[in-house]
Design a protein around this ligand. Structure first.
Ligand code: BG6
Length: 297
């Protein structure tokens, strides 16, 4: 049975806390330009980033579950403390399936609206990952969407983690997009036994399943979306690596929370620290950020 996707929605400027799909708590930030961001506290998951015209720049699967036991498919999943299945934890860790608290929200003098969410250890996380931590995630909306993530070791022993923002962009046609800015960068190809090689292309087009980690990628990348006549700019700091991912045809069919044809309208460009996990000593704090903005081609 498909989930009950009813949502109660309100409109207005600033910040609204309400109930989203299947009764999950939701935060909606609205900027004076008309742009908006929707965040589910389940996973601190940004599920929509709409421009002034109401177009969602992020992809959200029509088959996504909105259930506490499952990650949301699309938007910006927060991956922590494990990337993919590179360890014994659930795939991509547990940050995306835990409920975060809203700890701060407001409006800055320049009109930027923001919300800050926090996740700390709980009995379920301790059971599978015996560490005390505090994650803080700040989402800021202006003419761009800027997110900042921090991890603090609040326990008595060091821990190591991987972290990523698994951003799904909505594109007009996967066959018409290109990633720019990765030429010369070392990549680890997850579809070819993690072979390492250098990217030779200036424009990376998508012609099949793609699952690659670009190690020590530049801080500014461009996603060219010719079908929408726009470019998306991705600017990161404190985050070393970039992943590009598209499941293409066969994998899409196997994913039960993803439409068979939806691979044509999305691409993930993920920013994070994946190739070399971060080690945090007690009391230490790590911070990384990514800013997304749009321009016309
Ligand atoms: C990507 C991984 O980051 O996420 C892929 O590189 C993985 O290997 C994909 O399939 C989606 O993962 P999930 O758990 O959300 O289906």
């Amino acid at each position: 049975m498909k989930p009950d996707r009813r949502a109660t929605s309100q409109s207005g400027m600033g910040i609204i806390q309400d109930t989203g799909l299947n009764g999950l708590p939701r935060i909606v930030l609205t900027h004076s330009s008309g742009a908006s961001v929707e965040i589910y506290r389940h996973g601190a998951h940004v599920t929509a980033w709409k421009n002034e015209g109401g177009e969602n720049l992020l992809f959200l699967s029509r088959e996504s579950r909105f259930e506490r036991s499952h990650p949301i498919r699309g938007g910006i999943p927060v991956v922590f403390p494990q990337f993919s299945d590179e360890g014994a934890l659930p795939k991509h860790g547990f940050a995306r399936t835990n409920e975060w608290a809203l700890v701060k929200n407001g409006q800055l003098s320049d009109g930027t609206v923001f919300a800050t969410l926090r996740l700390e250890e709980n009995p379920d996380t301790i059971r599978i990952w015996p560490h005390r931590f505090a994650l803080e995630y700040s989402v800021r909306l202006s003419d761009a969407l800027a997110v900042r993530l921090s991890v603090t070791n609040t326990g008595d022993n060091p821990f190591r983690f991987q972290i990523a923002l698994h951003t799904y962009f909505q594109v007009a046609d996967i066959r018409l997009i290109a990633m720019l800015g990765l030429r010369g960068i070392e990549l680890v190809d997850g579809l070819r036994q993690n072979v390492r090689e250098k990217e030779t292309r200036e424009r990376i087009a998508f012609e099949g399943e793609t699952d690659r980690v670009y190690v020590q990628a530049p801080n500014r990348l461009i996603l060219s979306d010719a079908g929408h006549h726009r470019e998306l700019y991705i600017e990161k700091s404190g985050m070393n690596d970039v992943v590009i991912w598209n499941p293409w045809i066969d994998k899409s069919v196997k994913m039960e929370d993803f439409g068979d044809d939806e691979y044509q309208r999305m691409v993930c460009v993920e920013t994070g620290n994946i190739a070399v996990p971060i080690v945090l000593s007690p009391g230490a704090r790590w911070e990384g950020a990514t800013k997304f903005s749009v321009g016309s081609e």
